[in-house]
Design a protein around this ligand. Structure first.
Ligand code: NI
Length: 187
C-alpha cells in the first residue's frame, strides 16, 4: 500500500522519533509497514524514506539505490531496513553534494555530509546490522537518520543560496556538473 508522504510543515517531520520495541519487529503489522514504506519509496522514486515522512514517530528508515534515475552516476545501495539505527562518524571530512527530499518536493540543495560512517541497527527481522558506509551510501544514511531526529537537509546546508527548484536546478546547475565530470574524466 502506498502511504501518504508528509511534507515540510507537517509536525511529523519535526518530531524526534522513539525506538521500536524489539518484540514488535516480527509482528504482521510492523512487517506490513516495512513493505508499505518500500512501496512508497519506489512509487515516489526516492533513495530513502524515514518513518516521520509517513507520519510515524518511530526509528525506522528504508533505503535503496539501484541505477537511480535522479542519480544515474551514483553507486548502487542494496535495499536496507534500518530499525533503531545508531550512526557514528568515522571520517570527519565533509563533502558537499546535491540532495533532495520527498518531504520537500521539487527542490535541490547542496549539503555537506560526513564521508564515512559506522552504522549499527536492527534489520527487517530484528537481526543485528553493523556496517560501514562511505560516500553516497553514507550521505543517504545521514539524510534518513536526520529525519528520525526531526531534522531535514535544509538544516544542514552551508549556503542556503544553493537552494533551487528542480526545473531551474536541471537547467542551470546540472549542465555545470556534467561539464565538471567531463573535465575530471580528461584529467
Ligand atoms: Ni528526506
Amino acid at each position: 500500500m502506498i502511504l501518504k508522504v508528509a511534507r515540510l510543515g507537517h509536525p511529523a517531520i519535526r518530531t524526534p522519533t522513539q525506538p521500536v520495541a524489539v518484540d514488535q519487529i516480527k509482528t504482521h503489522d510492523f512487517q506490513k509497514l516495512l513493505d508499505d514504506m518500500v512501496e512508497t519509496m519506489h512509487e515516489y522514486i526516492g533513495v530513502g524514506l524515514a518513518a516521520p515522512q509517513v507520519h510515524l514517530s518511530i526509528q525506522v528508515a528504508v533505503l535503496e539505490v539501484e541505477h537511480h534515475p535522479r542519480y544515474t552516476d551514483m553507486p548502487s545501495v542494496p535495499l536496507t531496513y534500518l530499525i533503531n539505527p545508531i550512526v557514528t562518524v568515522l571520517e570527519t571530512e565533509k563533502i558537499d553534494e546535491w540532495e533532495g527530499c520527498l518531504s520537500i518536493p521539487e527542490m535541490r540543495g547542496s549539503v555537506p555530509r560526513f564521508k564515512k560512517v559506522h552504522v549499527k541497527a536492527l534489520g527487517r527481522n530484528g537481526e543485528a546490522l553493523d556496517f560501514i558506509a562511505e560516500d553516497f551510501h553514507a550521505r543517504v544514511i545521514q539524510h534518513e537518520t536526520d529525519h528520525l531526529k526531526g531534522e531535514v537537509y535544509l538544516d544542514r546546508m552551508r549556503d542556503m543560496r544553493t537552494l533551487a527548484h528542480l526545473p531551474e536546478w536541471q537547467r542551470y546547475v546540472l549542465p555545470e556538473l556534467h561539464r565538471k565530470d567531463e573535465k575530471d574524466e580528461k584529467n
